[in-house]
Design a protein around this ligand. Structure first.
Ligand SMILES: [Zn+2]
Length: 465
């Protein structure tokens, strides 16, 4: 049996209708593997239909452009060149003519290329969308393999192309972000009172993580810091944001716009929870007049848990030093839980002496270093330590176990999975912009904004990706 696939193009402009042969498929005895189309056949059909369709569409467009829209006179031909256009179904070489402008009215240039003007990007929006969406979720190399396997996009697509196009999408998104400001608090208290009653508080978790740098000059320069965060409304709707700390020029604006997109008003309570690092602490200032800044209880307990583990290594259960340290750490935790940073610092500062009473081993010294670090940490962040117990009783947020998982979800899963993955600050920052859009389910919105009739039928990706 022979199955001929053809395209029939019915013209509406008076040109003759045309029929084009796409492929001819042959089938012998029926087997499970030859029932219907194979992927390779489907790809060649798609590529064939695409080529024939695009050629006719562009021909028709150029036929229209051949005449001056004002006086109807035929425009003179100056020559033509080939325009390469990457579509979802193949790389196309289109004939692009250059025409003289009509002299019935003044023009800034003498000639123009209608097709080059119509298609400045040389890449189909839907292909750009798919490339950046997959590159946000998996490596550039894997994205290429996936797209090449299922679409007839040709062998020339490579990881560098996808990276460049994804970065261009990110730059376009970033270019739409407003200017950086030191203060984002808008209006005054009188205005805020007139605002409608806001929703329940927004909770924002902020955290930092590290990405391996490709520009390693020394051990110290081997990594750079990425800040990631998640803003959660009272009904659980969440959005993520992320940026490379020393690269981004608009970190405050970035966070502000995410909060605003979640409906933040100036009379709304916003709770920032962080682990208290300087960079993160400065970032959250002046974004909202009703903001409160709290050291994330999760980060405190994490640190105490680590010290408890070390204390358990000091001796067998019941041994005096081990039990003393464990008991004191429990008191430190209790003081902090009740917002008493002063007593917590007192207790922690006394412990190293206790430990050094004996002949100190490496284990003792390590724990002492951890205790000293912890003391500094609490001292530096004392102003951010509330009475957690009381907040907890009133149902207010005290912890974002989610902040830690945000870093993992936004940054680590894509960027630090393998030690050998190295990043430039720019490359990491731009990828994070696309990745957060994808995780927030917002990438399609961006494309619809740029291409109003953009109509991609795919699923928005699950947030857990
Ligand atoms: Zn004219």
């Amino acid at each position: 049996m022979k199955i001929r696939v053809q395209v029939f193009i019915e013209s509406e402009t008076g040109n003759a209708d045309t029929v084009e042969n796409i492929v001819c498929l042959e089938r012998g005895d029926l087997q499970p593997e030859n029932l219907g189309l194979t992927l390779a056949e489907a790809k060649s059909i798609l590529a064939g239909v695409q080529k024939s369709m695009v050629e006719r569409q562009t021909e028709e467009y150029l036929d229209q452009e051949a005449f001056c829209p004002l006086c109807g006179k035929r425009r003179l031909h100056k020559g033509h060149h080939t325009l390469t256009y990457c579509s979802l179904f193949g790389k196309l070489r289109l004939r692009s003519v250059r025409l003289y402008h009509c002299d019935c009215h003044p023009q800034p240039t003498k000639t123009f290329s209608p097709l080059a003007h119509l298609l400045p990007e040389h890449t189909a929006p839907e292909l750009l969308y798919l490339e950046s969406k997959f590159a946000a979720l998996m490596s550039y190399g894997l994205s290429v393999k996936l797209l090449r396997e299922v679409l007839p996009i040709g062998k020339t697509l490579n990881a560098a192309t996808i990276r460049n196009r994804t970065q261009a999408v990110a730059q376009r998104i970033d270019a739409e972000l407003g200017d950086e400001q030191l203060f984002f608090i808008d209006g005054c208290e009188w205005d805020w009172e007139d605002l409608p009653r806001p929703d329940m508080p927004l909770t924002v978790g902020l955290d930092g993580g590290y990405v391996h740098s490709c520009a390693q000059r020394s051990r110290k320069h081997g990594w750079f810091e990425v800040i990631a965060g998640k803003s959660v409304t009272d009904d659980g709707a969440s959005k993520r944001f992320a940026f490379v700390n020393n690269y981004d020029e608009k970190p405050k604006r970035r966070v502000f716009e995410v909060l605003r997109s979640q409906g933040m008003q100036m009379n709304q309570q916003v709770t920032f929870l962080s682990d208290g690092a300087d960079t993160v602490r400065d970032l959250q200032l002046y974004l909202n007049p009703n903001a409160e800044h709290i050291l994330d209880w999760f980060h405190i307990t994490m640190r105490i848990t680590v010290m408890r583990q070390m204390a358990k290594g000091l001796g067998p259960p019941g041994s005096e030093l081990r039990e003393t340290v464990l008991k004191e750490l429990e008191r430190v935790k209790w003081f902090l839980w009740n917002g008493n940073a002063f007593m917590a610092i007192e207790t922690v500062s006394w412990l190293p002496d206790e430990i050094f009473v004996e002949d100190p081993t490496e284990k003792h010294k390590k724990l002492v270093r951890k205790l000293e670090e912890f003391e500094t940490y609490i001292r530096n962040n004392a102003a951010l330590i509330p009475n957690y117990a009381e907040r907890y009783r009133y149902g207010e947020s005290i912890s974002t176990a989610f902040a830690e998982s945000t870093i993992n979800q936004v940054v680590s899963k894509r960027m630090v999975k393998k030690q050998q993955m190295r990043w430039s600050q720019k490359g990491a920052h731009l990828l994070l912009q696309v990745r957060t859009r994808v995780l927030n389910g917002e990438l399609r919105d961006a494309f619809q904004n740029w291409y109003p009739s953009f109509d991609h039928d795919g699923e928005e990706l699950p947030l857990a990706a």
